[in-house]
Design a protein around this ligand. Structure first.
Ligand SMILES: Nc1ncnc2c1ncn2[C@@H]1O[C@H](COP(=O)(O)OP(=O)(O)OP(=O)(O)O)[C@@H](O)[C@H]1O
Ligand SMILES: [Mg+2]
Length: 275
């Protein structure tokens, strides 16, 4: 184990989708135990970026190294957990209880052939942490959207992964559940040296919790501590555009949950500044 290496090194990657460059010359380094938040407009490439980090998408140029290894390689595959943006949209045909869904997170090469080795305690702990103990034996398709969201997060928590990659895990959660989850994740970093990379539109929540914030739009345009994160007006100039809203705030509670890629969705106003 190369303990002196950073956990993650993204070196100047370019990622194409459908032959078009979506991410260009983006770099990011993370140390173990860090909690890094990624914010940016709809269509800015956040999901593309994390999928390239996970090795789900190939890089056109540049490289990604996890503990010095390629993503998806045998050396690192069990140590990374991913909660995708659509993870909570389980097919209606899936018939699983919450406990069964969460236990899937503990499946790995070792436990697959010997389920007795899977961590029953870790499963119950994860279910309790996300506050779903009372519905643990219920079919996941009978849960509310927010509860289902918490169930897929519990699945990631129950895994033995030390690097959690979460794409919009706060969508569909009310403010109280968001705060609970963020505290939980922050505790994971501090107490268990887990490393978290999380995409969210909720700048306020990210400012309060993340140790470092990334602003991503085609490339990394800001990387630094939350207190130095640019204001919406500064972001507009960073992006070389006029702030079409004249700087005044809108209610983004709806916009935050939408994922359309219409031209209006690419304004700075799409980012959620305050409740
Ligand atoms: N499978 C695909 N083929 C071609 N282009 C794609 C594909 N998926 C996404 N894109 C394009 O890549 C760009 C970035 O998409 P991506 O999903 O990474 O953005 P995002 O920042 O995660 O947005 P959101 O905030 O809405 O989740 C968009 O212009 C999108 O249309
Ligand atoms: Mg996305």
């Amino acid at each position: 184990m190369a303990d002196d290496l950073p956990l993650l090194v993204v070196d100047n990657i370019t990622v194409h989708r459908g032959g078009v460059p979506i991410i260009e010359n983006a770099s990011l380094t993370m140390e173990a135990g860090e909690f890094v938040g990624i914010v940016g407009p709809n269509g800015g490439g956040k999901s593309t970026f994390v999928q390239a980090i996970l090795g789900v998408l190939k890089c056109h140029a540049g490289s990604v190294r996890l503990k010095g290894h390629a993503p998806m390689s045998d050396e690192v595959i069990g140590s990374v957990a991913w909660v995708s943006q659509a993870a909570a949209n389980l097919p209606k045909s899936v018939r699983l209880t919450v406990r069964e869904l969460v236990s899937l997170g503990t499946m790995n090469k070792r436990t697959w052939f010997n389920p007795r080795l899977s961590h029953g305690d870790a499963i119950d702990e994860a279910i309790e942490m996300v506050g779903l103990l009372d519905v643990a034996n219920r079919d996941v398709n009978q849960l509310s959207g927010g509860q289902r969201q918490r169930a897929v997060i519990a699945r990631a928590l129950a895994s033995q992964a030390d690097f959690l990659v979460l794409d919009e895990p706060l969508v569909g959660l009310d403010r109280a559940s968001r705060n609970t989850l963020l505290k939980l994740l922050d505790g994971f970093c501090h107490e268990q040296n887990k490393t978290i990379l999380m995409v969210s539109h909720d700048i306020t929540a990210m400012r309060q919790t993340a140790h470092r914030l990334i602003y991503l739009e085609d490339t990394v345009r800001f990387d630094g501590p939350p207190p130095l994160f640019p204001s919406l007006e500064e972001l507009a100039s960073l992006r070389g555009i006029e702030d079409v809203h004249g700087g005044h705030h809108h209610d983004h509670s709806e916009a935050e949950c939408t994922h359309d890629h219409s031209p209006s969705a690419t304004t700075v106003g799409q980012l959620k500044e305050d409740e």
